[in-house]
Write a protein that binds this ligand. Sequence first.
Ligand code: 5AD
Ligand code: FES
Length: 348
Amino acid sequence: MRNSKFIEKLKCDRNLSDDEFKVLLESDAFDEYLYRAADEKRRNIYGDEVYIRGLIEFTNYCHNNCYYCGIRRDNKKVERYRLTQEEILSCCEEGHRLGFRTFVLQGGKDFYYTDTLLCDIISEIRERFSDCAITLSVGEKSKESYRNFFNAGATRYLLRHETTNAEHYQRLHPYSMSLDNRKRCLYNLKEIGYQVGSGFMVGSPYQRTEFLIEDLRFLQELEPDMIGIGPYITHTDTPFASFENGSMLLTLRLISVLRLMFPYALIPSTTALGTIHPQGRELGLKAGANVIMPNLTPVDVRNLYSLYENKICTGEEAAQCRGCLEQRVKSAGYRIVTSIGNKIKESK
Ligand code: 5AD
Ligand code: FES
């Protein structure tokens, strides 16, 4: 009984005290109530709809050196690739044919793609696929660059904050990177008018429950439109090779907490979740997630975008993946819809 009262409070207030969050996050006693409450909330607002975003990983060159990431600069074992403008456009072509109406261009920090080149790519996609939205995920840039991309036609941006605890941030990233700059970027993106997605890894090295609560508090302040979380998954060719993977159960718990705190948010059931458990993405949906981001990257380079090991869907063509997902989403009790729309603005 005590359990359900706790969840009722989160449902009504969209908030708990730090102490209450700590109890909730550290215990599995609430999980069933949590999933049920989150699913109920999601169904009230979004019904059984699941939105799909076509992910195009267009470069795995990366100037950054984040300790957790498999495509970090110092990993000399990765074979690097870049997609040409034409290759990116043909990914969109195929995606459009398969019903995708949002394309997510994601890449490492790669200076080859100047603002001019990226803006060219963005405006070409805009022109050829005028019924589609373009999401960018290319890391920290100047406000001016963000404005250029926005003016070229990108309206959404994904940039996970990774952790809001400054010390923890520094343990995950080299000194050239800072939490302040990451936060500044997120606020710049919002100011320009992007729909912003942020988020963090669950179970990253040195993470503690207190830090996760700080992450929740930061998200309350930022009010992003999308919140992406996934378990940390270790990669042998990084300094964090000896750390363990994050927990699926904690990730699911956090998805439900996020759904109750941010009822209107777009919450993806991530590839990382599908990687640590064969049913991970289905469970993510049942815990309150409502977005899936299948891969449209050409199969011949897809396994090279190895942020972490054993990533799923690296061998399947876009069409196979799309078909597989249709089944998976259906089996979980939901339905893929292809509209670009969302209910974000109604919540404001
Ligand atoms: N495990 C899980 N997620 C990772 N990411 C990067 N490396 C890993 C890893 N080893 C996530 C980060 C990044 C997103 C693109 O992928 O959160 O923001
Ligand atoms: Fe990609 Fe199943 S979703 S192969």
